[in-house]
Design a protein around this ligand. Structure first.
Ligand code: ZN
Length: 136
């Protein structure tokens, strides 16, 4: 079962250049910066209440985030919505049974000590959807 929105993933061309907006304009705090080598992204986590903003900066041209920015006219933007679940395998099965296309039939390593899996935006009304859960 989905418990809450865990985070919004926002693609950025540069975390360093994006942080002042979140920290100075919005007055939020960056909790941590982490590179996920397997995903070729650098991430920054900003906390607001129970929800996080996950800034995603590509670390290689073949990164899916680099491709997203390219398609978006060279600008960043909202990349995905992540829902927290305590049963990611069951959630994936439910989504697949209901006709959604899974980009990750098995959960993969995410940032922030999470396991994550994505649903293809073509089957989710255009919004890349992530399920995430804490690594046990
Ligand atoms: Zn995410």
């Amino acid at each position: 079962m989905l418990k809450k929105i865990d985070h919004l993933g926002i693609a950025v061309t540069s975390i360093e250049q994006s942080l002042p907006y979140y920290e100075k304009v919005l007055g939020l705090k960056c909790e941590k910066i982490e590179t996920v080598e397997s995903q070729k992204v650098k991430t920054a986590f900003i906390t607001i209440g129970e929800v996080h903003i996950e800034l995603l900066e590509p670390t290689a041209p073949e990164s899916t985030i680099a491709k997203f920015i390219e398609k978006n006219g060279g600008r960043g933007g909202i990349h995905h919505v992540a829902y927290y679940t305590d049963d990611i395998t069951g959630q994936l099965k439910q989504a697949a049974d209901a006709g959604a296309t899974l980009l990750n039939p098995q959960p993969i390593e995410g940032a922030n000590n999470k396991l994550v899996a994505f649903l293809h935006p073509k089957s989710t009304g255009g919004v890349l959807t992530e399920f995430c859960t804490d690594k046990k």
